[in-house]
Design a binder for this molecule. Structure first.
Ligand code: ZN
Length: 182
């Protein structure tokens, strides 16, 4: 598996909820998602980014330091509460080279399940709150370019055109290593 790059239509799929937990197949997929996330230098990755139509997110906020004890898996994550705003400078593994300044909620309360189908509630803030919003957008087929202002989007329109041309010509763009990419 590999990262889907804009404008791959797989990035626009609304992923299905995971119904069957503990399957060998799912655990294999999660391992593969971490592998790809580390390879691209990301701190978070959503199922839809590798063409997987399942509501699974992997994350490691300390991926850069190689600390694997900070790995987390969020299955069927759902935002229950949102509070405050924070200006977020975001990169996306599926849009290499593009950064967006977005208004995100500063704190979110999120419900999710782990691989053993245990339900968790977490109050996330700052980077983790942004990560949840970014990755849940992915699971809903949404990208950072959809949340940009008109003027922000106009400024990178020519770059998006290049992405589209490359995709239509079958030229595979690679994800770039960038800090805190999601
Ligand atoms: Zn992303």
């Amino acid at each position: 598996m590999e990262i889907k790059i804009f404008p791959d239509p797989k990035l626009r799929v609304v992923a299905d909820k995971v119904q069957e937990f503990g399957e060998r197949e799912m655990n294999k997929t999660i391992k593969e998602m971490f592998r790809i996330m580390y390879e691209c230098g990301g701190i978070g990755l959503a199922g839809t980014q590798i063409g997987l139509d399942k509501r699974i997110v992997v994350c490691n906020l300390e991926a850069g330091s190689g600390n694997k004890t900070k790995e987390q898996v969020f299955i069927n994550p759902r935002i229950l509460k949102r509070k405050g705003t924070i200006l977020s400078d975001e990169g996306c593994l599926s849009l290499p080279g593009i950064r967006a300044n977005l208004n995100r909620y500063k704190r979110v309360k999120v419900e999710y399940f782990d691989e053993k189908e245990k339900k968790h509630l977490v109050e996330a803030e700052e980077l983790l709150a942004i990560l949840f919003q970014h990755e849940i957008d992915h699971l809903d087929g949404m990208l950072i370019i959809d949340r940009m202002s008109m003027s922000q989007k106009a400024a990178i329109n020519h770059v998006l055109k290049e992405f589209e041309e490359d995709f239509n010509n079958g030229k595979v763009r690679k994800s770039e290593k960038v800090d805190n990419a999601l």
